[in-house]
Design a protein around this ligand. Structure first.
Ligand code: GRF
Length: 199
């Protein structure tokens, strides 16, 4: 399966995916491009070091639709079948989502539907939950809302700060995204309502 990964920053989930594909633990797949909306994204260097093609598509004062259209063109040009968001910090337009129906995944650092949006780990600490975690889900038109592919719980300790909890969740994010993609690339699942059912 040809995969395109979208990033805006550090790119640690992107690296985990690339390395899992290059080592064969995610089978029969290839990362054909890593695309960032930010020139300064650290992940771009990490992708290049792993011999993955990188592109930067900045918004440059355009509308979201115009910006996204350029992403879709570049992804389609490379026959991308699955788009993985990995710390991509923009909402996708309807046109983008419709161009890849049930073929866009995201990772979010909470157990959805709790703590959507920015600063999910801070939200979890402020709410006082005893467990949080991470979620891989398909992307639909609502924020952090699409059908859930996989989740992992992570304990929250009394002395956790946003930084310590984020770091603990991040380790599990990498493993969870790999596990989810390993299942998705086998193509043996269906989406029934909100449920992703693997056969
Ligand atoms: C991760 O916590 C991910 O869940 C969230 O953004 C962060 C990206 O980190 N969507 P990285 O760029 O993959 O290191």
């Amino acid at each position: 399966m040809k995969i395109g990964i979208l990033i805006s920053g550090r790119g640690s989930n992107m690296v985990a995916i690339v390395e899992a594909i290059q080592s064969g633990s995610i089978p029969d797949s290839e990362v054909v491009a890593v695309i960032s909306d930010k020139t300064s994204a650290e992940g771009l260097i990490r992708a290049k070091e792993r011999r993955i093609e990188t592109l930067v598509i900045t918004r440059k004062g355009r509308t979201r639709e115009e910006h996204d259209a350029e992403f879709v063109i570049e992804l389609k040009k490379r026959d991308v079948e699955l788009v993985c968001l990995a710390g991509y910090m923009r909402l996708l337009s309807s046109d983008f989502i419709r161009a890849f129906p049930n073929r866009i995944t995201n990772i979010h650092p909470s157990l959805l539907p709790s703590f959507k949006g920015l600063d999910a780990q801070r939200q979890a600490i402020e709410y006082g939950v005893k467990v949080s975690g991470c979620t891989v889900h398909f992307v639909d038109e609502d924020l952090d809302h699409g059908a859930i592919v996989a989740q992992k719980t992570v304990e929250v300790f009394d002395n956790d700060t946003t930084e310590t909890l984020s770091a603990r969740i991040l380790e599990h994010e990498h493993a969870l995204y790999i596990e989810a993609l390993t299942r998705i690339v086998k193509r043996n699942f269906e989406i029934v309502g909100r449920k992703v059912i693997f056969r």
